[in-house]
Design a protein around this ligand. Sequence first.
Ligand code: ARG
Length: 569
Amino acid sequence: MTDIKKEIAVAIAKATNFKENEIYGYIETPKDTNNGDYAFPCFKLAKIMKKSPVQIAEEIKEKIIVDEEKILKIDIAGGYLNFYMNKNILTEEVLKKIDNEEEYGKSIELKNKNIVIDYSSPNIAKPFHIGHLKTTVIGGALYNIYKYLGYNVTGVNHLGDYGTQFGKLIEGYKLWGSEYDLSQDPIDKLADIYKRINELCKEDEKVLDNCRENFKLLEQGDEYCTQLWQEFKDLSIKEFQRIYDLLGSKFDSWNGEAFYADKTDEVIEILKNTGKLQESEGAMIVDLSDKGIDTPCIICKSNGSTIYATRDLAAILYRARTYDFDKCLYVTSYEQNLHFKQVFEVAKLLGLDEKYTNGLEHVPYGFVRLSTGRMSTRLGNFVKVEDLLNDAINQAKKIIEEKNPNLENKEEIAKKVGIGAVIFNDLATSRIKDEIFDIDAMLNFQGETGPYIQYTYVRTNSVLEKAKSKPKFEDIDTELLQDEYSQNIIKIIYNFEDILNQVIEKSEPSILARYLIDLSKAYSNFYNENKIICDDENLQNARVFLTYAVGKVLKDGAKLLGMQMPEKM
Ligand code: ARG
């Protein structure tokens, strides 16, 4: 399919001597079709060209050369250049492509670029909280989309399975382990042991010494300590896995912090050789004040143990060597902004090629708060993610039971709807915004929700069912799809690939989530305004084909977000 946006970018670049990539990034798709199909905001160039946006627009319009078969008209409005496309060419191209492709917009060409995505990464022996749900969902969506676009992607679950706290946990377990049955809810129990031992440490310095000793033993590979640690880890992963199974999350690597325990010496050695490693109150630090970061990065604590950041530095070395990454993304809450600023700055001292240090990117997201309604009163504020997910499934089941009691496979559909609602909710707003977790709102079939998208998809299915069969592309007359509602859909579908590229460029899956809402709304309008099943066979065929196209894009798009579509609901 010709990429008209790209062609416009090339033409403007030629007319202005700007870089095509830069121009491409500025081109907008106006919401109101009266402003054309694509618009170029000339004020973006005003500063450098030292001219007014209107002057620039006039100049470009004068010089630009475009394919007049495809672009019928260019006009100037308020400092914008608006481009109007030949609707029929576009309609034909879009629908032909949909008909030919297994998965619409999927790249067959490999990009030869390696992307590492570090996401989910919960801490063992601690609850998997609602923030971990968000990284799991955002990271998973980015993973799918990179892959779809032909990148080589490695998903890493960087488990928090190391650190001095395990010395404490081991001590607590030695003291009170026999009081707990870890075969049931092990994480709650380990968390309880951890709380108790922390309190005891505050009272009794000797206990704290024992904890430190345990951690040392663990570092040295002591059999008893290692065995306990392994058990805590196995029990935790087993609990996490139940959540991953519900969400459909998969990882290529589970190398967590412990994996890097024997790889931090090299980091310290390299940093020592740079002369930037300083002693400060017994600890070893890298001062970053000249980089505009006031808090130094601690590399070794005064007792010699490494910290979270040291292991992240070792992980950067390892990932550069093992995956030769072009990009390495870290999806965590914005509470870790400082941590990643420090780590990325110190990473520049490790002697790595700039390709790697330039490829490091923190992808922060906002807080998730539980709505003050039903959920929090019933489950308390420290809800378990697994309970939330099951609650969403049960709520979905109730709604389905009311709306469509005779449906087959209600259980399976409720799971798709309930989980789909949660996943979509985590992706629907731009990631940095704080979010309210409200199960009733996210299950509203009429709201801007996952179930709304699923419902629209199901609607396209029933239209196809009524029509008996999907017409062949060759048999439809695309001239019959020139009305406003059909064209609106065509344009949205045409933008799909561009949307996916925007998602990875900004690490922002909400762009795809919004897109699916826009497409669903456009289809609802089309459905309400146009009679699809009608006496005019040609018209019916064209409209049914468009319906099929909408369903396909909704399904492929939702799958990229990690949502599954029910065929009926
Ligand atoms: N375990 C951390 C947490 O739960 C997240 C780890 C993120 N990844 C990393 N490489 N630091 O907050």
